[in-house]
Design a protein around this ligand. Structure first.
Ligand SMILES: Cc1cc2nc3c(=O)[nH]c(=O)nc-3n(C[C@H](O)[C@H](O)[C@H](O)COP(=O)(O)OP(=O)(O)OC[C@H]3O[C@@H](n4cnc5c(N)ncnc54)[C@H](O)[C@@H]3O)c2cc1C
Ligand code: FES
Length: 1306
């Protein structure tokens, strides 16, 4: 049937879509069809929240309009019949009026790169539409599942300023009062500026949609290119269709099916959408429990259960409470708003969070097919036959599930790498019933997810425990039974075998203690229940930032808002993929290798070329110039020609009319390979095969033999530091536009390096660099990942554009980006350290190995920086550091915030911690004893001048109340607290920079410099520098973009030094212009800027355009002779962190962090604090959470936010104090400032060593004293395994070498 033409409303515009394509998501529709680019694509799998919009629907059965935050990337356009969609553009704009949410997030510095900002704005907006008086926990919940790699606290700050009643001021209609805000927030922004909510701005739900929704449902059919979508109007119709088309796929929230289609190569030609069928949405109360229709969403399920828990006696609702606990940690709100209970059951995922609870509770499923009803109790066995397959007959559907009131006692547990919005490692539901008046088990159900290919019931354990008393003896036996029953193959998918097995008994132990506590046998269990967060936000007063008397127009040192913040909050800021499409523009998708090391035998594109819209396949022979590329040495190819050397090696690309066609065709390209040996994936493989890049670097000072002789003790140790994915929210993106003449090409690129992009594209196209222009407006994050690796994609897109002679665009999908672009180098450190009994370190011999991957890229410089930071802040009289760069069959690793420094310092903190443990001394005492002093020399013979680490240390000790905090620590058997203080010293040096400044005769100034804007606020700082130098208000100065035709031959925006270098270049250019204007100022000293630059300068032929250049003086270090200066100066900082670990599960909670950072005289304290927080949290990810997981053949499993977790709001320390050191001017950089981008990252090691401190306390309970190895990141698995106890003994790790592990540590 032709779908009826129905009006659709998109932010107050009615759009009639006659040909809705069932395969198209709302996000694609908004961005590509409507050119509404405020809604962003960050992951396409519901994991980042960048695509959040508000969907409103009138529910005629409830007679209510419901507004919900939804992920547009998973919402099929066909599912939105009769819905109103509100996007970020719809709630406010710079041109009209910004919404209070947009205003707050911008003015309170809650937006850095801005790519996730529209999503955050829309989450908050949807929350406020439903709940105008949100409390902190509501805000926390609204942000679950949102990724925000740069700025954490600032977002919370901006949204949580409250009135006296606890509600948001913006909602109550009052204006905020000056100074009536959390602590000293008002010093970074002025809340009195914030407008209260203007109700006239709120969009009303379109009345015509309300009347349409009241009409009886009609069957809808949408017929697409290769797929059909049917929305039946009744249960009868649905069952009839299912009988006719048994293979048809039911879709409700599409949160599972959408992922299968996008990422798992599944295709369903016929979709049945039963979301609006009454029977599947009904909620009925019975004598035994509540019956939920299968299409009831998880949000509604939660709301109903909440209501019951509040109404009914607690003993009746233990199952409901357990479900609510699981739902709290289940995905983000956008997913829960659309995902249905039936979808979770029927997906039959072995790590479903709800199925174990439903099984342990004995929930009743009602299945239905045409003319038949089938009842099934889940505790009588699973309805699942194998991995993700149910025993449902093809024509059957799930009608409903009955959730019973409790048969006492009931608990559910979920353990995942990250607490918030993460998939489970092990999840379980546990139910025990005792004979009346006794503690004798009448029945027990233990149901586990994550321990097999399906959710499983521990039936043998159950039969053994029935009739037993609930006591210690039973516990011991239960653990033995569970250990025998819950086994896993050592190669089991998901890995972590020993940990998962330990969890089954640790979680049972928690259940045991919880029941005992309720039975009142053991009221104090010492078991940890990490709950919600409850942040305490704190700021150091900023009164020292600007000296008294500084002119109000002088913006240096003031917390000026990021210049694009408002546009970012309204979605008007333009990122690379937001540039409107060119006429006849084509899209490119990559074809990558599936083998780690192989010759390419043949490439068959027959099937690919048959996909509609495909124009061409691009391969190495299409490159007109050179296929050789690389940022320093040309040791890699743009497109693999004969050989591939990693999984993800780019072999070719498909160019087609749409992204969907290009991606479908790219998957259809068949490559045959001849596999090669050896396959080297890990650092250990490389060491065994001596697979190293040259040169090997060494830094040596003093006499090691003498140092070890002078030592009282010598210890040896090792630490492995895992890599890290950049996870910039905006993936790599390039738009290449051939200019038609002389091989000219214009490129719009998301890159930190315009000059490198230009040079490498020119090389591949065989044209002079002068014919290529590279332009960057802004990036949605970079972190080093777009310094060199972005050039590969831009070169391929340029080659394709050259071939087809049309504009070609490519924005990588998240999984492709993670697969091909490399990340932070994993490091392995091995050390031998000699020390005195008091902890004074005398000698250190340390060897570093980095995993560089299949090309050199920047690995040599990264290893050099690691070696130059091997001392961290400690004076080591005799020292030698050696660095090996491992060549492996992984995608090339590259620059990442810190650039080897964090890895170098992490090894230092490992040996100093070992020294303290070995001496039995407090770690802070040993650290302090070994700290450098002013005027001492580093191992590379650089004198430490203007040394502030001692001041940072003392101030941080004070602010954190370190000693009191330590004295207050109360330790319990299964919950331990740990505390740590960590210093950092980070060397700053980089090359040179340029700037170009034009003054126009109307007085406006166009500023261009060589640095790119990726959220760090570089453009804002450069405008501040120009404003002070030219002595004009910053509003007269404009930065449009960075481009190679304005400032040539620039260094990449990297190494934290861009403000230093570009700032000086801008300063120099402005000074030149001021000199030229001097005569006009002298003639008219009382005049204004406009008077001096007015038309007279034009007639006098004064050049009002000047460039500036700056190079860092006296740089240059020689590794051969250990002489010269590698750094211009150092940035310093100190952090104290306190954590609490759950010894049974390995979870931890970040309780407190204090940071004191020396940023010199801050150019902009708001931006600098944002950088400190952002870097610290990125470090928290590096050292405690983020884990890239590879197969032994180099296949990357973690290719999206589903499996790779960066820190969420819940990972922010409950109390975070960030303070900038006062009175510490730095004479070596612009206006006495200091670099800030990278240095604070390492301070997150304080969290790692606080965790290690807590583990030390846990190990002491088992009699384990002294140094032990803890690799980074300190994941729950590592923490649990290190807390050795009777449970871990029951589940020893499999013997290495006897099996092929699912994953390897690279
Ligand atoms: C970012 C993200 C986070 C997630 N986090 C979690 C998590 O923390 N815990 C967890 O357990 N899951 C999680 N999931 C998985 C998923 O969200 C849930 O399984 C969800 O409940 C699926 O519901 P849906 O309506 O979207 O299913 P859909 O994708 O619409 O359908 C899923 C399956 O169920 C079938 N189905 C649906 N209704 C019926 C019916 N009435 N009869 C028969 N078959 C039916 C469909 O045919 C399909 O096979 C997550 C998913 C995403 C994308
Ligand atoms: S793009 Fe939709 S959640 Fe990430």
């Amino acid at each position: 049937k032709t779908p009826p033409a129905q009006p659709r409303s998109v932010f107050s515009i009615q759009i009639v879509e006659k040909n809705a394509e069932p395969e198209m998501t709302l996000l694609t529709y908004l961005r590509r069809k409507l050119c509404l680019t405020g809604t962003k694509l960050g992951c396409a799998e519901g994991g980042c929240g960048a695509c959040t919009v508000m969907v409103s629907r009138f529910h005629s059965n409830r007679n209510a309009i419901v507004h919900q935050a939804v992920n547009a990337c998973l919402a099929p356009i066909c599912s939105l019949h009769h819905c109103a969609v509100t996007t970020v553009e719809g709630i406010g704009s710079v041109a009209s009026k910004v919404h209070p949410v947009q205003e707050r997030i911008a003015k309170a510095h809650g937006s850095q790169c801005g790519f996730c900002t529209p999503g955050i704005v829309m989450s908050m907006y949807a929350l406020l539409r439903n709940n105008p008086q949100p409390m902190m926990r509501d805000i926390e919940e609204a942000f679950q599942g949102m990724m925000r790699p740069m700025i954490y606290n600032m977002i919370l700050f901006s949204l949580m300023c409250r009135g006296k009643a606890g509600a948001c001021y913006m909602i109550t209609g009052q204006k905020e009062e000056k100074g009536d805000s959390t602590n000293s927030v008002q010093q970074l922004f002025d809340p009195s500026e914030f407008m209260p909510l203007d109700p006239t701005q709120e969009i009303i739900f379109p009345p015509e949609l309300m009347s349409l929704s009241k009409q009886p449902l009609r069957e809808l059919r949408f017929i697409g290119e290769r797929m059909q979508w049917i929305q039946p109007s009744s249960l009868k119709e649905l069952l009839q269709l299912k009988a006719e088309y048994p293979a048809a796929k039911l879709v409700v929230g599409n949160t599972e099916v959408g992922i299968e289609m996008k990422y798992k190569n599944q295709f369903y030609p016929l979709i049945l959408a039963p979301a609006f069928i009454d029977e599947l949405n009904s909620i009925q109360y019975t004598e035994n429990g509540i019956v939920f229709g299968a299409s009831v969403t998880l949000t509604l399920l939660g709301n109903v259960l909440h209501g019951e828990v509040n109404k009914l006696p607690s003993y009746k609702t233990e199952v409901f409470q357990a479900i609510l606990r699981q739902l709290h940690w289940f995905a983000g709100q956008q997913i829960r708003n659309v995902a249905a209970i039936g979808g979770n059951i029927m997906t039959a995922s072995p790590i479903s969070d709800l199925n174990p609870v439903f099984m342990a509770a004995g929930c009743k499923l009602t299945l239905m097919s045409k003319g038949k009803i089938n009842i099934f109790f889940l505790n009588l066995g699973s309805k699942v036959v194998c991995y993700r397959k149910t025993a449902l007959k093809p024509e059957e559907i799930l009608l409903s599930i009955e959730i019973p009131y409790t048969r006492k006692y009931f608990s559910a547990f979920k353990q995942s790498p990250r607490k918030e919005d993460d998939i489970a490692i092990v999840t379980c539901g546990m139910n025990v019933v005792f004979w009346e008046g006794s503690n004798i088990v009448q029945d027990i159900q233990l149901s586990y997810g994550g321990m097999a290919s399906t959710t499983v019931l521990a039936t043998t354990t159950r039969s053994q425990l029935i009739g037993r008393q609930w006591d210690e003896e039973m516990l011991q036996d239960a653990c033995s039974y569970l250990t025998e029953e819950m086994t896993l193959s050592p190669s089991a998918p998901g890995g972590m075998v020993a940990y998962r097995r330990t969890l089954t008994i640790s979680l049972f132990f928690k259940f045991f203690l919880t029941v005992q506590q309720t039975l009142n046998v053991n009221p104090c269990t010492g078991v940890c229940h990490h709950g919600g967060c409850g942040y305490k936000l704190w700021r150091t007063p900023l009164h020292a930032a600007v000296p008294p008397g500084q002119n109000m127009d002088d913006v240096i040192g003031r917390p000026i808002m990021h210049l694009s913040a408002v546009k970012q909050a309204t979605g008007e800021a333009v990122y690379c993929d937001d540039i409107p499409c060119y006429k006849n523009e084509l899209y490119l998708a990559l074809v990558t290798s599936t083998k780690p090391h192989a010759y390419i035998k043949s490439i068959d594109t027959t099937d690919a070329m048959a996909v509609p819209g495909v124009v061409t396949f691009v391969c190495a022979k299409d490159i007109p110039g050179s296929n050789k590329t690389g940022p320093v040495v040309y040791d890699e190819t743009v497109l693999a020609d004969e050989k591939v050397t990693c999984v993800g090696h780019i072999v070719g690309a498909i160019v087609a009319d749409t992204p969907a066609h290009a991606q479908r065709a790219a998957k259809a390209v068949r490559i045959s390979y001849q596999e090669l040996q050896a396959v080297i994936i890990t650092i250990q493989d490389a060491i065994a095969n001596e697979s190293f890049y040259q040169p090997t670097r060494t830094i040596e000072r003093g006499d090691l033999t003498q140092g070890f002789q002078e030592s009282d003790n010598i210890l040896q140790g090792e630490i492995h530091i895992g890599g890290q994915e950049h996870f910039y929210l905006e993936t790599n993106c390039t738009l290449a536009v051939p200019r038609g003449e002389d091989g000219e090409m214009e490129l719009f690129v998301s890159t930190q390096s315009t000059a490198k992009t230009q040079a490498l594209v020119a090389k591949a196209l065989g044209v002079p660099a002068s014919h290529i222009v590279c332009r960057v407006k802004r990036m949605g994050g970079g972190f080093g990942g777009k310094e060199t690796r972005s050039t590969i994609l831009s070169t391929i897109v340029a080659v394709a554009a050259h071939k087809v002679k049309r504009a070609v665009r490519c924005m990588l999908d998240r999984d492709e980006d993670m697969l091909v672009s490399g990340g932070r180098h994993p490091f392995f450190g091995r050390y031998k350290v000699g020390f005195k009994k008091n902890g004074k370190v005398m000698a250190l011999d340390v060897t570093y190995y980095s995993n560089a991957g299949n090309s050199m890229d920047l690995s040599l410089s990264i290893m050099e920086r690691a070696l130059l930071h091997m001392d961290n802040c400690y004076n080591i009289p005799h020292v030698r550091g050696t660095g090996y760069i491992c060549r492996t069959n992984l995608p090339s690793n590259t620059a990442f915030r810190g650039f080897g420094g964090p890895q170098g310092m992490m090894v230092a903190e490992s040996w100093i911690n070992d020294v303290a443990l070995s001496c039995g001394l407090p770690a802070e005492q040993v650290r302090e004893l070994n700290l450098y002093k002013q005027g001492e020399y580093t191992p590379f013979n650089q004198c430490l001048e203007q040394f502030t680490i001692d001041r940072c240390w003392r101030e941080c000790m004070n602010i954190s109340d370190f000693h009191q905090r330590k004295a207050n620590v109360e330790q319990h058997r299964w919950t331990k607290r740990g505390l740590s203080i960590i210093p950092t010293k980070f060397g700053i040096s980089f090359t040179a920079a340029g700037a170009l400044v034009h003054i126009y005769t109307d007085g406006s100034v166009l500023l261009t410099h060589g640095g790119t804007e990726m959220g760090q606020g570089l453009h804002t700082k450069m405008v501040q520098v120009a404003s002070r130098t030219l002595e004009i208000p910053s509003t007269k100065i404009f930065i449009s973009e960075t481009s190679t035709n304005t400032v040539p031959n620039t260094s990449p925006t990297a190494a934290s030094a861009s403000s230093d270098l570009n700032g000086m270049a801008v300063y120099n250019a402005c000074k030149t212009l001021l000199q030229r204007l001097e005569p006009y100022k002298a003639k008219n000293p009382k005049g204004f800027w406009e008077d001096w630059v007015c038309r007279q300068t034009y007639f006098d032929r004064v050049n009002l355009s000047a460039n500036g250049f700056y190079k860092t003086p006296d740089l240059g270090y020689d590794f051969e002779t250990n002489s010269g200066h590698p750094f211009n100066y150092f940035s310093y900082g100190v952090a104290v962190s306190e954590v609490e670990i759950d010894c049974l599960t390995g979870s931890h909670k970040n309780l407190h962090t204090s940071i004191v950072m020396d940023v010199g005289k801050s150019l902009n304290p708001a931006l600098d604090i944002g950088q400190v927080e952002g870097a610290f949290m990125q470090g928290v990810g590096l050292f405690t959470l983020e884990e890239l997981r590879y197969s032994s053949q180099g296949y990357l499993y973690t290719r999206g936010p589903g499996m790779y977790k960066i820190p969420a709001f819940g990972d922010i320390p409950t109390e975070l104090k960030v303070s900038l050191l006062r009175d510490a001017p730095n004479e070596k950089a612009i206006f006495s400032s200091k670099a800030v981008g990278e240095p604070p990252l390492f301070l997150a090691a304080s969290v790692f060593y606080a965790i290690k401190d807590a583990i030390t306390a846990a190990r002491a309970e088992s009699g384990l004293i002294g140094p032990f190895r803890l690799d980074s990141p300190a994941t729950p698995e590592r923490i649990r395994n290190a807390c050795e106890d009777k449970f871990t003994k029951l589940c020893p790790p499999p013997e290495p070498g006897t099996y092929t592990p699912w994953d390897v540590r690279v």
